[in-house]
Design a binder for this molecule. Structure first.
Ligand SMILES: NC(=O)c1ccc[n+]([C@@H]2O[C@H](COP(=O)([O-])OP(=O)(O)OC[C@H]3O[C@@H](n4cnc5c(N)ncnc54)[C@H](O)[C@@H]3O)[C@@H](O)[C@H]2O)c1
Length: 424
């Protein structure tokens, strides 16, 4: 049993820390956001993530929440500090903002004893863990980037494809890390140096983002040529060398990871003096897809002389409440420029986040999909929530077209109700 401190109660910190508790370790979380902290102390999850509540309930005897490092009662017993704070894009350049990471490092340095291990789970550019080590030379520094996905974070953490552990110290005792990840098969654990570990995370996300961008480019070509893109991409993905994952056309990738990680990867490549053309163009390709979606909505507003538009889905993907870099934000911002349009929106989990960001002046939020679409002339589907497949499209006399940018709706139902159906 290890005593672990996790810094940051976000989409990565919470599932990781609860999973460590489920392996039998004692986990203390530090969270500076007092609203989140109060929720957690009251047993309420500050984010929507399937299975998170359950993982917490089953292991809460091993879990504590505190606000600051000075609340740690006995730093001498802490074996491992796990940094899981945000690394957003800096305002003035594409690189990652490491201020939260280094603030956490300073705080760890002020209390940790010499045998403690510091693990960076946050996604950080190549060379960051070496800089962390310069600040805390007396501690063991480990890079163990996280690969979980929002929406399936608990299962992703408990049953990962691999766990990457990077350390530059020759005396590094691997057994402690194997013990930390106690519930995970040791053959899934890959050891390397910190730079390699940092790059595995960026290389993985860059590849996945490139695959999505590629599927979207093929889909745009299909749209122009009148070809059924889903059929094409399905057949492409049946080739085992390619695989069917991440080949679904959509409105462009968003979320808290891909956009910022591709930015940071591009920046790192640029700083290295290399001119790597694939990496350089992924974000541009994604921006083109988003523009394609926005232009299509605008064209249909004109074509259908629409005054009412319904948006189904606000989260950047299904099964999360996260709206960071969601295409829905671009769509809402663009639509709110037009004062003659009434915008109604529904998302099963992400409406509070959108209300908080955009307000309620220009967007009406519905309690369910049925209410959201009832007066709409155009319905736009932006997130692939499974419940959107079940929508009944009858009794919608005003509805002229469904723009399904996630290919999730029941096409036959829509067409049978004399509504035009557009998909990617
Ligand atoms: N979200 C994902 O799906 C995902 C997946 C893999 C990796 N990552 C990486 O993990 C890191 C965390 O991402 P996230 O989505 O969990 O971020 P998040 O914004 O959801 O959570 C970060 C939390 O850390 C807290 N925090 C920041 N500084 C703190 C400090 N000094 N003391 C205490 N609390 C502090 C913030 O208040 C916030 O609650 C990022 O580097 C991200 O790139 C994210």
């Amino acid at each position: 049993m290890l005593n672990i401190v996790v810094i940051g109660c976000g989409y990565v910190g919470l599932p990781s820390g609860f999973a460590f508790a489920s392996f039998g370790h004692n986990v203390t979380f530090i969270e500076k956001d007092t609203k989140k902290l109060d929720d957690l102390k009251n047993g309420k999850m500050p984010i929507y993530e399937p299975k998170l509540d359950d993982l917490f309930s089953k292991n809460k005897k091993n879990i504590a929440f505190i606000e600051k490092f000075s609340d740690i009662t006995d730093p001498k017993v802490i074996d491992i500090y796990v940094i899981a704070v945000g690394t957003p894009t800096l305002n003035d350049c594409q690189n990652a903002d490491l201020s939260y990471v280094f603030k956490a490092v300073d705080e760890i340095a002020s209390i940790a004893h010499n045998n403690a291990i510091v693990i960076t789970k946050s996604t950080v550019p190549v060379g960051t863990n070496a800089k962390i080590k310069e600040k805390i030379p007396h501690l063991t520094v480990v890079s163990s980037p996280e690969f979980l996905r929002e929406g399936s974070a608990v299962d992703d953490f408990l049953y990962p494809d691999r766990v990457v552990i990077g350390c530059d110290s020759l005396e590094f005792d691997k057994s402690k890390l194997i013990n930390l990840y106690g519930g995970i098969l040791s053959e899934k654990i890959v050891f390397m140096d910190t730079k390699g570990a940092e790059l595995v995370k960026y290389a993985s996300n860059t590849f996945l983002a490139a695959k999505i961008a590629f599927a979207n480019e093929i889909s745009r070509f299909c749209d122009k040529e009148g070809i059924f893109s889903q059929g094409v991409l399905k057949a492409v993905g049946m080739d085992k060398r390619i695989g069917d994952k991440f080949l679904n056309p959509g409105p462009g990738f968003g979320g808290s990871c891909f956009p910022k990680d591709i930015d940071a990867m591009e920046y790192q490549v640029e700083q290295s003096g290399l001119d790597l053309k694939i990496i350089k163009n992924i974000k541009k390709s994604n921006d083109d897809q988003k523009k394609f979606v926005l232009d299509k909505i605008e064209d249909e507003l004109k074509n259908k002389n629409a005054k009412n538009i319904a948006l189904l889905g606000l989260a950047f993907k299904a099964n999360t409440s996260d709206i960071r870099c969601s295409i829905a934000i671009d769509v809402v911002k663009k639509l709110t420029d037009n004062k003659n349009i009434t915008i109604t929106a529904y998302d099963p989990e992400a409406m509070d986040e959108m209300r908080h960001l955009i307000g309620s002046d220009r967007v009406k939020y519905s309690d369910n999909a049925k209410d959201c679409i009832k007066d709409a002339r155009i319905v736009v589907v932006l997130t692939e929530w499974a419940e959107f497949h079940e929508i009944k499209w009858s009794s919608l006399p005003d509805c002229k077209i469904v723009l399904d940018f996630r290919n999730i709706c029941n096409k036959n139902e829509i067409i049978n109700n004399k509504i035009e159906y557009y998909h990617l």
